[in-house]
Design a protein around this ligand. Structure first.
Ligand SMILES: O=C(O)CCC(=O)C(=O)O
Ligand SMILES: [Fe+2]
Length: 486
């Protein structure tokens, strides 16, 4: 019998979180078959190569956090997807997840149960934060924190593979209140203990929103995806319990990043790195990108063939990628996907006010507990099918404590982070040029973006001159190490 493929609109409607659409569908149809994206504006490569997985069948066990979060965020109950437990559907969703995570390592999830209103609210909070004057953001700089990890990083401060990333970010981690800590929290990782830095006076609700609404919803989704993956791995990897991974993430040392990428002049050599190529450190990253038609081709993932494909935002879907710890755990069966972000282009055709703001994204890193020791499954389990382990022959995967891996990674991110971007009064971004031996205005950043970021007028930014620049030398920390930027 000829089956009619769903139209693009139908697929998009399904991808939204409307309960009515979901409940009418046959369980077989929603069981999580890996689907191809049929969304307009999605580059051809991504349509065919980045899988879309329906995880709706996995919602039952852990829907509570999302529901609570949705209520707190004043979302309509219509947007909360609830389903009856259907083991066969869950198994198929798990298979689809496992397939996507092993083939590409990056995939979209739909029917994920996180209300769109909550995702949008997170982006609104993040936008309000980035629209603060630079001086206000600098007051909660990572440099004021022992770990150099919790707080704000200005454009260029984050370094990937020795190059300065063209983004600004606010990082928050699971908080470890040193006065009342659990004995295993951050054991041996003292610098990571402590509380996050938020602009409490200027944005009194931001901490509450992220800590008590957004993070619980993300943790809940992360747990569901991990359950699905455990089901998908099943006996072929020696896993007989969907909750196998739970003890390793019940005190997840999660990380939340709010990121804004300013528009750049990509043709200026070397300044189009929004975020350099990397893999993420932990288990799963859940990415909330602005679902607009702008910046469709900023985030890119590398397939195992070596080809790079765009991972554009898809309304109703969240992109998820596998991190290093899952790769270690599975002896390489699941793939920590290399990915990177190209900074948005200033002069994109049909540029609008939206474009000028740059690209906003909110990755949530669903990580193991700080002290979780990740032992490759085949090393401690009977019944594991060794022949299926891609990396066995290379013997590269060894047990590792997540906290140690994290601290090593953070150290490399900031070891060479002598600030190339320098904050100077009255809140302007300047870069040290080792060629010119002085500070200069970053020429690859758009004037209107700098004006927005610094709260200077367009003309003031445009007219910055060297004499003003020279007075900033007192803020220099170690410009000698900065790469030549001009
Ligand atoms: O902004 C994005 O889309 C991804 C950012 C990212 O890969 C990261 O922060 O690890
Ligand atoms: Fe990443």
């Amino acid at each position: 019998m000829l089956r009619v493929r769903p139209s693009r609109q139908q697929l998009l409607r399904r991808a939204g979180s409307s309960r009515r659409h979901v409940s009418r569908r046959a369980s077989r149809e929603r069981a999580g078959a890996t689907r191809r994206s049929l969304v307009s504006n999605v580059p051809e490569n991504s349509r065919t190569l980045v899988p879309v997985v329906d995880v709706g069948a996995l919602l039952d066990d852990h829907g509570t956090c999302a529901v609570r979060a949705a209520r707190a965020a004043d979302c309509s109950a219509d947007h909360i997807v609830c389903r009856r437990k259907d083991e066969e559907a869950q198994r198929r969703a798990g298979e689809a997840l496992f397939h996507a995570a092993s083939q590409v390592g990056l995939f979209y999830v739909i029917h994920h149960g996180v209300p769109e209103r909550l995702l949008a609210l997170a982006r609104e909070h993040a936008t309000r934060f980035f629209d603060l004057p630079l001086a206000a953001k600098q007051r909660i700089s990572v440099r004021h924190c022992a770990s150099h990890a919790r707080g704000f990083q200005q454009v260029g401060e984050n370094v990937t593979q020795g190059r300065h990333d063209q983004h600004e970010a606010l990082d928050a981690y699971r908080e470890i209140d040193t006065a009342h800590r659990h004995p295993t929290d951050c054991a041996g990782g003292e610098p990571m203990a402590g509380l996050n830095q938020w602009p409490a006076e200027l944005l009194p609700q931001i901490r509450e929103f992220f800590h008590f609404e957004y993070v619980p919803a993300m943790l809940s989704l992360g747990a569901r995806v991990m359950h699905g993956l455990a089901l998908g791995m099943g006996s072929r990897m020696g896993i007989h319990d969907a909750r196998f991974f739970e003890p390793y993430f019940d005190r997840s040392f999660w990380v939340l990043r709010l990121i804004r990428y300013p528009p750049v002049c990509r043709s200026m050599d070397g300044h189009d790195q929004g975020c350099g190529e990397h893999t993420d450190y932990g288990m799963l990253t859940i990415l909330n990108q602005e679902p607009t038609s702008h910046h469709q081709e900023c985030l890119e993932a590398q397939l195992s063939s070596g080809q790079w494909v765009a991972v554009p935002p898809i309304p109703g879907a969240l992109a998820v990628n596998v991190g290093d710890m899952l790769e270690v755990w599975t002896g390489g069966r699941l793939r920590a996907t290399p990915h990177r972000v190209r900074a948005p282009e200033i002069t994109s055709p049909g540029k609008t006010a939206e474009d000028a703001k740059g690209r906003l994204s909110i990755p949530f890193f669903f990580e193991p507990n700080f002290d979780a020791v990740i032992v490759p499954l085949h090393m401690n389990m009977t019944g594991y099918d060794d022949s299926a382990s891609v990396q066995d022959s290379k013997c590269v995967f060894k047990p590792i404590r997540y906290g140690d891996h994290l601290m090593r990674k953070i150290a490399t991110n900031f070891a060479s982070a002598d600030p190339l971007a320098i904050h100077v009064e009255p809140g302007m971004l300047l870069y040290y040029s080792s060629r010119h031996k002085r500070f200069v205005r970053a020429p690859w950043l758009e004037h209107s973006w700098l004006a927005r970021c610094t709260k200077m007028t367009f003309d003031e930014v445009h007219n910055l001159d060297a004499s003003f620049v020279d007075t900033s030398q007192r803020h220099q920390t170690n410009p000698g190490k900065a790469a030549d930027e001009n």
